[in-house]
Design a protein around this ligand. Structure first.
Ligand code: NAG
Ligand code: NAG
Ligand code: NAG
Ligand code: NAG
Ligand code: NAG
Ligand code: NAG
Ligand code: NAG
Ligand code: NAG
Ligand code: NAG
Length: 895
C-alpha cells in the first residue's frame, strides 16, 4: 500500500475539487506548524484551508529551523518550518485535553536539509511514556515522513515526545490533533498506528480535510488489475466512520470480473497485531435480477465476513473487533463472489492499523499537574531532563525525583530533590499534592517566607531538608505530630527563629526525631561539605548516634556479652527490625547458603512470598557493629532502584543480620567469569548493567544528603536480578571485612586492591572521585573481561594493560573475545575512553558519575541504532502478492 506521506507533495496540480461540500469547521483541531515564529503567528494553508499556528505555547525547548528554500515550492506550508532538539534526550509537547477522548495524532517530518548537514536523522517518537514509533526518514524531498496514531487519552493531558536514539538530532515539522468519535476505531486497549488508508480513484492523488471532516489522509491506490468505478450521486456516509464523499463515490472492481478481488500487504513488524477497516457502498445502478454479493476471507480461507451485499448508496463498514495476526506479517484478503451473485465484488475504502500496547502507565495525574506547576512557577525550564512524564518510563525519570512503581497502578513520586536549583519565592503549596512524598530536599536555594503549614498533612514525610535558604518565622510545632519524620534540617536560614516548640522538643527528647538548626561547616578530612549536625536536644541526632556507637563499640569490645544495646530510633525504624527467631524461620534454619565472606555467611530466605538474602554477621568480627549500623542506616535512608534494597535487619543480642532483596542472578564477577554457566553477557546486557550500576552510584553521590561514598565499588558488588537488572550492594560492611581470596587493606583506607583509588590511598583523603576510579576499573572489566590484577600480563593492572594495548593495537585486541565481535566499535571506543578518564591518577581530572551515566546512555543509543540498522525495520507496509495461511478466526462487526 502507498505510504501515507504522499499527501504532502503537491506534485499533481490537476486534482479536481469535487463539488463544493459544505465547509466543515475545524473545531477541536489543533494544527501546529512547528518552529513558526513569532509565536502568535497563524496562517491558512492554501491547498487545504487548514489554519496552522505556532507550536511555541505547547513546548518549552528546542530550536526553530527552516527547510532549504529549494524544497518549499512542492510542499505544504506547515512543513516549511520545524523545531529541532539538540539538547536533552527527550523533549515533549504538552496538550491540555480531556481524559478518555479519542484523537487522531499526526506528526510530519520533512528534513529539507535544514541544518545543511545533508544527513537524515533517525529518532523515536513517544506517546506519553510509551514508544510510538521510530522515525527514519527516506530521501524523498530530502527526508519526508508522516506518522499517524489513533489514541485515547488516559489523562487530561497528552504528551508527544521526540527521543534521541543516536547521534542525530530529532526534529518535527508539524503536529496535528483531530478529535475522533469515541465509538469508532475501537481496539481492545491501547492505540492504533496507521499503516495505510487508501481509496480507489484515478484522481485526486490524496484526500484530507475538508472532504474528510476528521482530516484523515486517504491515498489513491490503483494498479493495472483494478478498475475504478464511480457515481455522481451523493452517498449516505452517516455511519460513525464519516467516510468522505470522494472516497464513498468511487470503488474498485477487478478488470477480470470472474476472479476474486485480492488485497495484499506486508507489515514490517511481523509480530504486530492488525486492525482492518473496509468501507463498502453499492454505487452502480443495479438492473432487475442483478445481485452483488461476496464473501471476505483472509490468509487462505479464514472467514472474515460472509454474504456481504453492499447497500445502495450507503456506506457499510466491516472491521474486526479483535486484532488479526499473521505469522509472517503478510496479509492477503480475498473478496469472492458467491454463487448467486451476478456482479463482481467491489470495495470503496480500506484502512490498515497496527496495535500499540500502552504498557507504561503515566504518573498519577495530580502529581504530574503538581510537577508541571512547580516547573513553571520556579522557572525550571533549564532542567533538560524535566520533559514528558515525571516518572515513566523509569529510564527518562526527571532528575531529582524518585518514584514508586506499583504493579498496574500509576507511578507515584516518593522523593523530590531540588537542592541547589535557584528556587526563589515561597515554598509552593503544589508540593502538598505529592501525597506519597517521603523525602523532600529544598536545600541550597533562595526560598523565603515561613515554613508552610501544609507539611502537617504530608504524613509520609520522613526527611525534610530546607537548609541554606532564607526562610523566616518560627519552627512550627506540627512537626512533632508527623509520626514518620526522622530528620528535619533547617540550618543555614539566618532569619529563622530557632526557638524549638515544646512538643517538638519532647519528640526530640524521645530520640525519634533529629532537628538540625545551625550553620554548615566543612568536615575534617573529607573533601565534601557535609552538614555538621548541631544537636537541638541532649541526646539525639546522627552525630550523637555516632558518638554513642563509638562508646558502645568500646564497651562491646570489652564486654561482648553486654546485655541490651541502646537503639536510636531516629533512623532504625522498628518496622524493619526482626527477631532472631524470625530469621531462623525465614531461612528455614539456615538451610540454603548463597555465599560466604569474611563477614559471615549469606543465606536464602523467604519473607512471606518474597525471596530474600540474609547476611549473618559472624560473632568474631571485631568492628562488626559499627559497620552494621552504618549499612542499616544508609540503606534505610536511601532508596534507589539500582541499590540493593534492605528489607529488614536483625539486632537481637549477639545476632546481627541484614536482610536484603534477593538478587537471583548473582554478581557481575561470577557472570563475567562464566562461573554461573556458559551464558555470555551480550554487549547490550553489559552496557545496561554498566549504566544501572552507574546510576546507583550517581545517586549515592548526588541524590543523598549528605553525599555517600561507596568505597568498595567492584564487579563482585554489582548484583543482578532475574531480568539482569543491576544493583549496587555492600554498603558499609565490605570496607572493613576482607572478602574471600582478597587481602585486607589497612583499617584506615578501605577498599579492594586493584579498585582502590591510588590518590585516596596516598592522601587518605576520601571523595566521591574514589568511587569514580573504582567504577572505571569495573568498566574496563566489563569491556575486556580480564582480571583486574594479573601478574602474568606485561602490565599487571588492567588500566595500564588497556592503555598499553591501545597504543599498539586497535580496540578489537582488548574487547572480550567471547562477544564474537558482536558490538558497536564506536560504542566500545567511547566506553574505553570513558573508563580511562575515570581511572585518571588525578581525581580532579576524572569525570563525575553524572557525566559517566550520560556517556553510557549514549553508548546504549549507539548500540540500539546499530541493531536497528541491521534489522531494517519501519518502512511502510508495501504491496505484495503472496498467499499464506493462518488458523485464527475472528468475528467481524459491520455497520
Ligand atoms: C478554501 O476556502 C475558500 C473560501 O471558502 C474556497 O474558495 C476554496 O475552494 C477552499 N479551498 C480548498 C482547497 O478547500
Ligand atoms: C495547560 O494547563 C496549564 C495549567 O492549567 C497551563 O499552565 C498551560 O499553559 C496550559 N497549556 C496550554 C498549551 O494551554
Ligand atoms: C538532498 O537533495 C539534494 C539536492 O536535491 C541532494 O544532492 C542530496 O543528496 C539530498 N540529500 C539527502 C540526504 O537525500
Ligand atoms: C468520549 O468520551 C469522553 C469521556 O467518556 C467524553 O468526555 C467525550 O465527550 C466523548 N466524546 C465523544 C465524541 O463521544
Ligand atoms: C479471467 O479469469 C479467468 C479465471 O482465472 C480466466 O479463465 C480468463 O481467461 C480470464 N479472462 C481474461 C480476459 O483474462
Ligand atoms: C512489534 O509488535 C509487537 C506486538 O505488538 C510489539 O511488542 C513490538 O514492540 C513491535 N516491534 C517493534 C519494533 O515495533
Ligand atoms: C461464503 O461463505 C459461506 C459461509 O462461510 C460459505 O458457506 C460459502 O461456501 C462461501 N461462498 C463462497 C463462494 O466462498
Ligand atoms: C441463492 O438464491 C436462492 C433464491 O433466493 C436461495 O434459495 C439460495 O439459498 C441462494 N444460494 C446461496 C448459496 O446463497
Ligand atoms: C511474505 O511477504 C514477503 C515480502 O513480500 C515475501 O518475501 C514472502 O515470501 C512472503 N511469505 C509468504 C509465506 O508468502
Amino acid at each position: 500500500m502507498k505510504p501515507i506521506h504522499g499527501f504532502l507533495l503537491l506534485l499533481i496540480t490537476a486534482y479536481d475539487l469535487v463539488e463544493s461540500v459544505e465547509a466543515q469547521d475545524q473545531s477541536g483541531f489543533i494544527s501546529l506548524a512547528c518552529g513558526l515564529v513569532p509565536k502568535d503567528t497563524t496562517y491558512t494553508e492554501k491547498t487545504t484551508n487548514i489554519t496552522y499556528k505556532s507550536d511555541a505555547n505547547y513546548i518549552d525547548s528546542g530550536l526553530v529551523g527552516r527547510i532549504n528554500d529549494q524544497y518549499k515550492a512542492q510542499l505544504q506550508q506547515q512543513t516549511w518550518t520545524l523545531r529541532s532538539f539538540p539538547e536533552g534526550e527527550r523533549n515533549c509537547y504538552n496538550f491540555n485535553l480531556t481524559a478518555k477522548s479519542k484523537y487522531l495524532i499526526r506528526g510530519t517530518f520533512i528534513y529539507g536539509n535544514y541544518d545543511s548537514m545533508n544527513q537524515l536523522p533517525i529518532f523515536d517518537l513517544h506517546i506519553g511514556p510509551n514508544k510510538w514509533t521510530s522515525v527514519k526518514l527516506d530521501g524523498v524531498a530530502n527526508g519526508t515522513m508522516v506518522r499517524e496514531i489513533i489514541h485515547v487519552l488516559t489523562q487530561d493531558r497528552l504528551q508527544v515526545c521526540l527521543v534521541k536514539t543516536g547521534k542525530t538530532i530529532p526534529f518535527i515539522s508539524s503536529l496535528e490533533l483531530r478529535p475522533l468519535n469515541n465509538n469508532t476505531y475501537v481496539s481492545e486497549s491501547g492505540s492504533l498506528i496507521a499503516v495505510s488508508r487508501v481509496f480507489f480513484s484515478p484522481t485526486p492523488s490524496f484526500i484530507r480535510y475538508d472532504e474528510d471532516i476528521h482530516d484523515r489522509e486517504w491515498i489513491r491506490h490503483l494498479d493495472n488489475e483494478k478498475l475504478s468505478i464511480s457515481t455522481d450521486l451523493l452517498v449516505d456516509t452517516s455511519n460513525l466512520y464519516d467516510v468522505p464523499q470522494p472516497v464513498a463515490k468511487t470503488a474498485c472492481i477487478l478488470a477480470n470480473a470472474s476472479q476474486p478481488l485480492t488485497l495484499d500487504w506486508t507489515l514490517d513488524n511481523i509480530t504486530a497485531l492488525s486492525y482492518v477497516y473496509m468501507h463498502f457502498a453499492e454505487i452502480q445502478n443495479l438492473k432487475d435480477g442483478d445481485i452483488r454479493e461476496f464473501n471476505i476471507t483472509y490468509n487462505g480461507g479464514n472467514n472474515w465476513y460472509s454474504y456481504l451485499r453492499p447497500r445502495k448508496l450507503e456506506i457499510t463498514t466491516v472491521f474486526s473487533t479483535r486484532a488479526l495476526i499473521s505469522p509472517d506479517g503478510n496479509f492477503s484478503f480475498s473478496l469472492t463472489r458467491t454463487g448467486n451473485s451476478t456482479l463482481p465484488p467491489l470495495i470503496n475504502g480500506l484502512e490498515i492499523y497496527t496495535f500499540l500496547d500502552l504498557i507504561q502507565l503515566e504518573t498519577d495525574q495530580d502529581e504530574v499537574s503538581s510537577m508541571l506547576s512547580i516547573k513553571t512557577s520556579y522557572e525550571l525550564t533549564e532542567k533538560v531532563r524535566w520533559q514528558g512524564d515525571p516518572c515513566a518510563p523509569q529510564f527518562y525519570r526527571w532528575e531529582g525525583l524518585n518514584c514508586s512503581y506499583p504493579d498496574s497502578e500509576p507511578p507515584r513520586i516518593i522523593s523530590l530533590n531540588l537542592s541547589g536549583s535557584n528556587l526563589s519565592g515561597t515554598i509552593t503549596p503544589e508540593i502538598s499534592k505529592l501525597t506519597q512524598l517521603i523525602e523532600l530536599d529544598l536545600s541550597k536555594n533562595d526560598l523565603s517566607g515561613e515554613i508552610p503549614s501544609f507539611f502537617a498533612d504530608m504524613k509520609l514525610l520522613t526527611f525534610i531538608d530546607l537548609s541554606n535558604n532564607d526562610l523566616s518565622g518560627k519552627i512550627p510545632p506540627f512537626f512533632a505530630d508527623m509520626k514518620l519524620l526522622t530528620l528535619i534540617n533547617l540550618s543555614g536560614n539566618p532569619n529563622l527563629n530557632s526557638k524549638i516548640p515544646y512538643s517538638l522538643q519532647q519528640r526530640i527528647n524521645s530520640k525519634s526525631l533529629t532537628l538540625i538548626v545551625s550553620e554548615t561547616v566543612t568536615h575534617k578530612g573529607e573533601s565534601k561539605k557535609v552538614p555538621m549536625v548541631a544537636i537541638a536536644a541532649p541526646v539525639a541526632g546522627v552525630f550523637a548516634l555516632l558518638v554513642l556507637l563509638a562508646i558502645f563499640f568500646v564497651v562491646r569490645r570489652k564486654n561482648t556479652k553486654r546485655a541490651k544495646r541502646p537503639f536510636n530510633p531516629s533512623i532504625m525504624t522498628k518496622e524493619r527490625r526482626i527477631t532472631y527467631s524470625e530469621v531462623l524461620k525465614m531461612t528455614n534454619n539456615f538451610e540454603r547458603v548463597l555465599g560466604k565472606g569474611g563477614f559471615g555467611t549469606v543465606y536464602h530466605g523467604n519473607l512471606g512470598d518474597t525471596q530474600v538474602a540474609v547476611k549473618m554477621l559472624s560473632h568474631s568480627s571485631a568492628q562488626g557493629y559499627k559497620e552494621f549500623k552504618a549499612e542499616v542506616e544508609l540503606l534505610l535512608r536511601v532508596h534507589h532502584r539500582n541499590l540493593v534494597g534492605l528489607v529488614g535487619y536483625c539486632d537481637d543480642g549477639d545476632n546481627l543480620a541484614l536482610i536484603y532483596e534477593y538478587m537471583a542472578n548473582g554478581d557481575l564477577r561470577e557472570n563475567m567469569s562464566g562461573k554461573r554457566g556458559g551464558h555470555v553477557l551480550t554487549w547490550e546486557n553489559r552496557l545496561q548493567i554498566a549504566v544501572e550500576a552507574a546510576q546507583g552510584l550517581e545517586y549515592l553521590h548526588n541524590g543523598c544528603t549528605p553525599p555517600m561514598v561507596h568505597r568498595d565499588v567492584k564487579t563482585s558488588n554489582i548484583l543482578l536480578n532475574e531480568r539482569s537488572g543491576a544493583k549496587l550492594a555492600d554498603f558499609g560492611l565490605s570496607r572493613s571485612f576482607p572478602i574471600d581470596g582478597e587481602s585486607h587493606v589497612s583499617t584506615v583506607v578501605a577498599g579492594t586492591p586493584g579498585y582502590l583509588d591510588p590518590e585516596y590511598y596516598r592522601t587518605n583523603c576520601l571523595s566521591e572521585k574514589s568511587d569514580v576510579y573504582s567504577f572505571g576499573v569495573v568498566l574496563l572489566e566489563i569491556v575486556t573481561n580480564q582480571h583486574v590484577i594479573d601478574k602474568t600480563r606485561e602490565r599487571p593492572h588492567i588500566s595500564e594493560w588497556v592503555g598499553f594495548m591501545l597504543t599498539k593495537g586497535d580496540i578489537k585486541s582488548i574487547v572480550d573475545p567471547k562477544l564474537m565481535r558482536d558490538y558497536d566499535t564506536n560504542g566500545a571506543w567511547k566506553i574505553v575512553e570513558l573508563a580511562l578518564g575515570c581511572v585518571n591518577p588525578s581525581s580532579n581530572r576524572r569525570p563525575t558519575m553524572a557525566h559517566v551515566v550520560m556517556e553510557l546512555n549514549e553508548c546504549i543509543a549507539l548500540e540500539n541504532a546499530r541493531r536497528q540498522g541491521s534489522e531494517e525495520m519501519y518502512s511502510k507496509g508495501s504491496v505484495d502478492f503472496s498467499r499464506l495461511s493462518s488458523a485464527s478466526e475472528f468475528a467481524p462487526g459491520a455497520r
